[in-house]
Design a protein. Structure first.
Length: 124
């Protein structure tokens, strides 16, 4: 718990006015959120469609697995694509699939995310 607290305190949201400033510890991952969300993503084969369209604050689609929806609901976060992905960009793969209309926002865990889940599960 102390390590997670330390890492989460070091996670900083990038702000455009800080582009040339020193960040100190900036691992770009919200660890508490990652440890709540990544195990769910690790159990999913392939990508999931988070939402349709490319606008900000896109609501989560009905295709999002129930376990993931419950994890978001329990956290008290907004139920939209931006909020779900926030703090998880380095441990997930996000892509916009524009092969259909409307386009789809696709999401999956990446290799770094899988390694984080494996490490955490071994430590429990």
């Amino acid at each position: 718990e102390l390590i997670i607290d330390f890492l989460d305190e070091g996670w900083l949201r990038f702000q455009t006015d800080q582009a040339n400033e020193y960040y100190g510890l900036n691992i770009k991952i919200n660890i508490r959120k990652a440890l709540r969300i990544l195990p769910i993503l690790a159990d999913i084969e392939g990508e999931i469609c988070l939402g349709e369209g490319d606008r900000a604050l896109t609501p989560l689609s009905a295709d999002v697995p129930q376990a993931l929806m419950e994890a978001v609901r329990e956290s008290g976060e907004r139920m939209d694509v931006d909020q779900l992905c926030w703090g998880l960009y380095d441990v997930t793969r996000y892509r916009y699939d524009n092969s259909s209309t409307p386009g789809k926002q696709m999401w999956s865990i990446n290799e770094k995310g899988r390694k984080l889940v494996e490490w955490y599960q071994k430590k429990e």
